[in-house]
Design a protein around this ligand. Sequence first.
Ligand code: C2O
Ligand code: CU
Length: 556
Amino acid sequence: MSRVSRNQTSRSIGLSLLSKMGIVAFPSLAAALLILAKAGCKTENIELAGLLHADFQPTLDVRLRATPTETQIHPGEPTHAMTYEPELISGDASQVAKLTGSYLGPIIRAHTGDRIRVRLENALSEPTIIHWHGLRVPENMDGHPRFAIAPGKEFVYEFEVLDRAGTYWFHPHAHGTTGPQVYAGLAGLFLVSDAEEDAASLPAGEFDIPLVVQDRIFDASNQFVYLPHSGMMTDGVLGDEILVNGRPDFELSVATRAYRLRLLNGSNSRTYKLSWSDAAPLHVIATDGGLLEAPIARQYVTLAPGERLELWADFSTYPVGSEVMLRSLSFEGADVGMDGMAGGMAGGHEQHAGMMGMSGMGDMSVAALPNGAEFDVMRVRVDRAEVVPQTLPNQLSTFARYRFEDASNATSPRTFAVSLNMNMSMGSGMGMQWGFDGRTFNMREVHADEVVKLNELEVWELVNETSTMAMNHPLHIHGAQFQIIEREVMPEFSAGWESVRQGYVDAGWKDTVLLMPGERVKLLVRFTDFTGTYVYHCHNLEHADAGMMRNLQVLP
Ligand code: C2O
Ligand code: CU
């Protein structure tokens, strides 16, 4: 294995051009000491991963066939999509809910302590692998891109559910194709329950409603259009139509009572700023890693790609026959801003593409519904009376708060900074690519700064200060839930930040955090239970596919 990657070569060629363009410089190459991922280099790891172990006694055993399918979304022609087709092998059938008529799903339900076996069968014509977003699983069960399986192959997951109750999810994670596969329909929820959640007596059964929010573009014959909306670098994919649970014009019919609404932003690149159309407060009860200690009321909530939020929605005071919309409000600063770049932002894409010699990069037009635009997400129709006295508990859960002073590196936070890199290997030509600290994804490479110690509490600082081309980035860390302790923004970016920050819910466990342009976030994180090679990446899936992902190695 060569220690000089193609990335490095392209980096040095790109450096002079970069500095001419005034783009944030890379750390010097001399300082970029590269070490090889020990776990990643053990090929036997890959060969042994994904096998069925007869001595593993699953409480739930299910086959998920990743397969092309056709689904009726709009009247007329069915839409070609991809889906996970579930088949229960053993366990309780209620733990695997097919979403009839939707390409999404299934919904897998488990209890903390359950032993899960999932047999992923790749019936697609391209490689795939599943990542269990938010769950703590052994490295070879985590869906790292190095485990992607070829068409016709099977990968068997076997893991115990260690995490607390919460709304987790699963989706593909093969490098370079995660965006298109999720867009085509590969995504499902993994809902974990536990005793503490049971004790909170939240609305359950049909009153516990998962809502997967996504945006899509359809062509005239009802087919998904996947446009990696690109200028000089990948902005991401933005649809102009909002789907909830795979359905357009989604309507939820409710009774006059309380509901638990589990929101997942399953969009590739779009961030939502959700609010009720009647200005009722949103009562947040859970974030990525489960229940908050106590509910938090907000006028709006900010939900970035990959993030989850759960709401307590009480319709008991609404008259039967009334309606309320869940809307996404407008906000600033989400899309690429090119201060100091000729052409500016809107309409400048084609010029930049030409300037950078990037042809064949897909459609260069500006999105029809830009990130930060205002639109309706779904309609709630109160259509029946039901008297169920149920009040929002003041206490939902208890968990240990990490303390800054307990961090082993409290005086020198581990920093990961969003960077804009030169890249020579993107398809037809040279381009720009988002990364971290001047680096982009390499299947095997782990930098010295990307090695952490098992069970050590650390403070991390995630930084989005690429001021030449600012964009928002939802950053996701595999292998641990973390606690956010501080946010800060550069003064010149405060307008965008101010337009979303009151919607941040940082009081709970998180695995994904939005960084607006100019923002830095401090968090406390500890990797427990498993050593091995995981990843951290941007959950703008087109950014991740283009290389905005790095290995993260947990050592004993
Ligand atoms: Cu939901 Cu590695 O991602
Ligand atoms: Cu990003």
